[in-house]
Design a protein around this ligand. Structure first.
Ligand SMILES: *Cc1c(COP(=O)(O)O)cnc(C)c1O
Length: 428
């Protein structure tokens, strides 16, 4: 796959090889990361990167779109099919700009959005004060309650007081199920639009393991590279009534030419997600997450909300008295990669958070199951017990190398079945 790179840019070739070895030799527990198939990687590396395709299929501003129109139509068709949505826009460059596009489609600058605070697991683009979303729009935030749960009565009360124009549901660090139907009802009660951001959950939603927001939201936003296991990108789904506005908000509203190579890779990932194998994968993500959380509790860790309903586990380190950042760095030296994170209502400043966020999508892709989760919980616990003991950390890192060596990174997951073409021509 890399022969030209090896020949013509040996330094970059070497760096990519080094990263490949790193990804293979560590336990990747960052819940927003995954391993994509070689097919997805082939599509992202394809000649489609050479093509300018501003506009939409059949309505482009440049000629030469005989193939790209088909590529984008296939991606849109597969997206609407598996998410059961009326319309899909597959052009957002990533999740953040997809969210901006959703707001841009529904409201005007100066109007009000209401999303979850950063400290409670909201995303920057849900109106955080450092984000452009709180400069273009007025932003108000809701929080999780003292137990770390979304409190729908509180959210409803705040919505009634603040009268936002958009209510954003969805999070980046919330370990529990989200009731998108209640969010939709609250939005209706106060006359707001409901934008649901399932960047983290989309793979679980496709598999039917988390309630879909599609029936209850005006616009659904997602990344394509987290549990959905596709290339780095973004996607928007909406009801037919919003389709024209949404497309206009993305292009010409805020983007130029779509990344057609990414769109092709999204199409590949959507076909992979439309299989029995993917459902089993998503089920195993949850089984692993549950098992890992139980074992961590046995090892004396406090988890925010006391457990998980999804692929995310948020460890509250206050009782262990280990700073989140130090713990994440020690784990990294032990070849266990997570990220330090705030825990809800953490009195410490956000620069010194007391949490660690981990998750199971990537290790599950490697084929790890419950017995390996027991081992991982033990390894994490031993790092916590050996903070500052670099010899012990080094020993743990060797055990991680041994474990990862038994679960090589797969280059494919399934052979997607031949799909019925919606256009009367063969997609394969
Ligand atoms: C990851 C994430 C995003 C942003 O996606 P990027 O591709 O990093 O821009 C947006 N919203 C939520 C909830 C996320 O978890």
């Amino acid at each position: 796959m890399y022969s030209a790179l090896e020949k013509y840019d040996p330094q970059l070739f070497e760096l990519i090889k080094q990263e490949e070895a790193r990804q293979s030799g560590v336990l990747r527990l960052i819940p927003s990361e995954n391993y994509v198939s070689q097919a997805v990687r082939m599509a992202t590396g394809s000649c489609l990167t050479n093509k300018y395709s501003e506009g939409y299929p059949g309505k482009r501003y440049y000629e030469g779109q005989q193939v790209t129109d088909l590529v984008e139509n296939v991606a849109r068709h597969r997206a609407t099919k598996i998410f059961k949505a009326d319309h899909a826009n597959v052009q957002p460059y990533s999740g953040s700009v997809a969210n901006l596009g959703a707001y841009n489609a529904l409201i005007k600058p100066g109007q009000k959005i209401m999303g979850l605070t950063l400290g409670s697991g909201g995303h920057l683009t849900h109106g955080a004060n450092v984000s452009i979303t709180s400069k273009f729009f007025q932003a108000v935030n809701y929080s999780v309650n003292a137990d770390g749960y979304l409190d729908y009565d509180e959210i409803r009360d705040l919505a009634k007081r603040e009268k936002p124009d958009i209510i954003v549901s969805g999070t980046t660090a919330y370990p529990r199920a989200i009731d998108f139907e209640i969010f939709g009802n609250i939005a209706k009660e106060v006359g707001a639009y409901h934008v649901s951001d399932i960047a983290h959950l989309s793979g679980l939603v496709v598999a039917g393991l988390h309630k879909s927001p599609v029936p209850y939201a005006d616009i659904v936003s997602t990344t394509t590279h987290k549990t959905l296991r596709g290339p780095r990108g973004g996607m928007l789904l909406c009801k037919a009534e919003h389709a024209a506005k949404l497309d206009k908000a993305i292009m010409p509203g805020q983007q130029g030419g779509p990344h057609m190579h990414t769109i092709a890779a999204i199409a590949v990932a959507l076909a992979e997600a439309d299989t029995q194998e993917f459902l089993l994968y998503a089920e195993q993500i949850l089984k692993n997450s549950k098992r890992l959380s139980e074992k961590l509790i046995e090892k004396g860790f406090d988890l925010v909300t006391g457990g998980t309903d999804n692929h995310i586990i948020l460890i509250d380190l206050r009782r262990k008295n280990i700073p989140g950042r130090d713990f994440a760095k020690a784990l990294d030296r032990a070849r266990i990669v997570g990220n330090f994170n705030t825990v809800p209502h953490d009195p410490a400043p956000p620069t010194k958070p007391n949490g660690l966020r981990i998750g199971t999508p990537a290790v599950t892709t490697r084929g790890m199951r419950e017995p390996e989760m027991d081992v991982i919980a033990d390894l994490i616990s031993r790092v916590a017990d050996n903070m500052g003991n670099e010899e012990a950390i080094s020993d743990i890192s060797k055990e991680v190398m041994e474990l990862t060596s038994r679960f090589p990174v797969p280059d494919h997951f399934i052979i997607p079945k031949k799909k019925e073409s919606p256009f009367g021509c063969d997609e394969d």
